[in-house]
Design a protein around this ligand. Structure first.
Ligand SMILES: Cc1ncc(COP(=O)(O)O)c(C=O)c1O
Length: 380
């Protein structure tokens, strides 16, 4: 199987990730932070070291402000619902994933106002449009870093500066960029950074992260055991315990630890360059076929990670079915959990076939995908 669905979750993972998931379960699979015996301490050390690795990667000052969650959706819900109260206003964009849009839509029912800034046909946002949307009660701006549909890279540094100028909080959804593009929360004025552990960070599914680079009050959505202040019936008011109720996903975090170490050993830039090289070849080759429509920015410097396409007069799910069954190529088709992004690109009725590479894909994989698409389009 040629796996080109890395935007959904990366596969394969580095061998050390698999090994350390097993090691954590078999050798020190106790409950970290819930006991003072050697196994619990070993687990707690792994978790703390992973916080340090994440803080270092994104230049967050305090590793205790690294919150472990179960996926990017969890991180985004904690941030959005923890921050916004009735009467507040939030600005987001038409390129967001449902894990941003749906919490905001739910909050609208409770009296939190929102403005969804429209992006252009390539999925690009105009920062001035965000500025124009600011109101007296605006509290938060939420944008993706890279669109999971079009691969469009958002100008997060510019948006961060805008938020700083107007004293607004900025939450970035780094689901498609963490581990692939450099992000510095301090330099970019990012207050909250949400990401999955299971995509570009190469960890197992069931891992997510929220980085907190602000003193703003974030209400907890869950209460429960933390292993700290156990005599207190209130949820502790310090990070990470405030936002991490219940047993951690220790095997997942142990695996994530080695996903991050793998990225560190290779260097984010070299991973990005590798993936970009493959996508550039892919786009260049596909452009030769007049039956193939490619979506997203035409300037390749403005895109990363994913390439959505359609074959004229063919249903996207039929294309992905043929790729899977005839060519053993795994991709995603249809609508990609981002309904307004599809509207923005004009693919809300037909969906799109999305190709996404990871660090272990090769030029051979890309050439095989191009050949398969050319054959499928000829058969039409
Ligand atoms: C841009 C974006 N945001 C959020 C998510 C949600 O991530 P998760 O499945 O880890 O909750 C995804 C997943 O594809 C995504 O691409």
């Amino acid at each position: 199987m040629i796996y080109l669905d890395n935007a959904a979750t990366t596969y394969p993972k580095p061998k050390a990730v698999y090994d350390n998931v097993m090691k954590a379960m078999k050798e020190y699979g106790a409950n970290p932070g819930r006991g003072s015996h050697a196994m619990a301490i070993e687990g707690a050390k792994t978790i703390y070291e992973t916080r340090e690795l994440l803080a270092e990667m994104f230049n967050l000052e305090d590793p205790l402000n690294v919150i472990f969650t179960f996926n990017a959706t969890d991180s985004l819900n904690i941030a959005i619902k923890g921050l916004l109260k009735p009467g507040d206003h939030v600005i987001t964009t038409s390129m967001e994933h449902n894990s941003v849009l749906r919490p905001i839509y739910e909050l609208q029912k409770l009296g939190v106002e929102n403005t969804i800034v429209s992006c252009d046909k390539e999925g690009k946002v105009n920062v001035e449009d965000i500025e124009e949307a600011i109101k007296d009660n605006t509290k938060l701006v939420v944008t993706t870093h890279v669109s999971n549909l079009s691969g469009t890279i958002f100008p997060i540094k510019e948006i961060g500066s805008l938020c700083k100028k107007y004293d607004l909080l900025y939450l970035v959804d780094a689901s498609q960029s963490a581990g692939v593009l450099e992000i510095d929360v301090q330099e970019y004025n990012i207050d909250l950074l949400a990401m999955p552990g299971h995509k570009g960070l190469l960890g197992p599914q069931g891992t997510g992260v929220l980085l907190i680079n602000t003193d703003a009050d974030i209400n907890h959505l869950k209460e429960g055991g933390t292993g700290s202040e156990s005599s207190n019936l209130s949820q502790p008011n310090f990070y990470p315990d405030k936002l991490e109720a219940g047993t951690h996903n220790l095997p997942g975090i142990a695996g994530l630890n080695f996903g991050i170490k793998y990225i560190k050993s290779k260097g984010i830039k070299s991973i990005y360059n590798h993936e970009k090289k493959l996508l550039d070849i892919f786009i260049k080759e596909l452009k030769k076929n007049p039956k193939i429509v490619i979506y997203g920015p035409t300037n390749i410097l403005e895109r990363s990670g994913v390439v959505p396409i359609n074959i004229i007069n063919m249903d996207s799910s039929e294309v992905s079915y043929l790729l899977d069954t005839k060519y053993s190529i795994a991709v995603r088709s249809g609508l990609h959990c981002a309904p307004l992004a599809h509207k923005t690109l004009g693919t809300e009725k037909i969906g799109a076939v999305r190709f996404s590479v990871g660090p272990f894909n090769t030029k051979k994989d890309i050439i095989a995908a191009v050949k398969a698409l050319n054959e499928i389009s000829l058969a039409e």
